[in-house]
Design a protein around this ligand. Structure first.
Ligand code: NAD
Length: 261
């Protein structure tokens, strides 16, 4: 028996990377999972693999910036599986750039996906979650809310705002007696498909950040997936408005160990 048998989840940006790992982990715990993304081939491939393995997974095209697509995916999920228990707002983009180089258009494009996309999702799932007397909303923020570089100007601001939106949502739902919890996850450096290659690993900035991680290694996507299933399940039943850092200790460390390469 999985911890999430009979539960239904939507994961945005679920086709690959950390979102893909969250999808795999939720399925492994017995959940029915809607993979929502804009990269259709990768999303369909993941859904087909999981279905072939005996899990319940389904791919739907969702651009998180589009409120009509949000309404449609929730309606489709309720029609297909009868309920909605969990939303993982994971879709995100990054434009590494400092404040002087950054343009308003770049900032707007990051806010549209990382913040306003999650906002649209939260608004549309709340009524659906109330129908089954509760749920869990998990917003994927970043450790850049607490650890900044000049180039995290736009990205960090969007993720800090998302963490704050998480808390107001949590308090709103708590005070209404909704049994809907809302928490944020703040990943540090994880070894996703995009950076799991020798070329990226050799970049000086990647090597420097890696050497500063107290646990001495980057996180595995599957480790992130376990945190998602924890927040989705009743194991975290008294947690709401929380920030969970999955970063190997990187965010709080105040020095790099010079003996590490
Ligand atoms: N990988 C890390 O180390 C790390 C660290 C901190 C935070 N994060 C956050 O974790 C989340 C996942 O990151 P990742 O590394 O797996 O990135 P990724 O680029 O591999 O995955 C992001 C996913 O979001 C999807 N997406 C982008 N725009 C979208 C849109 N408009 N609508 C729907 N889907 C859209 C992409 O197609 C992709 O599948 C992001 O929110 C990111 O900011 C990642």
């Amino acid at each position: 028996m999985g911890r999430l048998n009979d539960k239904v989840a939507i994961v945005t940006g679920g086709a690959r990377g950390l979102g893909g790992a969250a999808v795999d982990a939720l399925c492994a715990e017995g959940a029915s999972v809607v993979i929502a993304d804009v990269i259709d081939a990768a999303g369909q491939e993941r859904a087909a693999r999981l279905t072939a393995e005996g899990h319940k997974a389904h791919y739907v095209h969702l651009d998180v910036r589009d409120s009509a697509q949000w309404a449609a995916i929730v309606e489709d999920t309720l029609a297909r599986w009868g309920r909605l228990d969990c939303l993982v707002n994971n879709a995100g983009i990054n434009i590494p750039i400092d404040i002087e180089e950054a343009t308003l258009e770049q900032f707007q494009s990051i806010l549209d996906v990382n913040l306003l996309g999650a906002f649209l999702g939260i608004k549309v799932v709340l009524p659906a979650m109330r129908k089954n007397d509760g749920g869990s909303i998990i917003n994927v923020s970043s450790n850049s809310t607490a650890m900044v570089l000049p180039t995290t100007s736009l990205y960090g601001a969007s993720k800090a705002a998302l963490a704050n939106l998480t808390k107001t949502t949590a308090v709103h739902c708590g005070l209404r007696g909704d049994h809907i919890r809302c928490n944020s996850i703040h990943p540090g450096m994880h070894l996703t498909e995009m950076i799991d290659n020798p070329e990226v690993q050799a970049l000086p900035q990647v090597r420097a950040l890696k050497s500063a991680i107290p646990m001495g290694r980057m996180g595995l996507p599957a480790e992130f997936g376990k945190v998602v299933t924890f927040l989705a399940s009743e194991d975290s039943s008294y947690m709401t408005a929380a920030e969970l850092f999955t970063d190997g200790g990187l965010t709080v460390v105040s020095f790099a160990d010079p003996s590490r390469g």
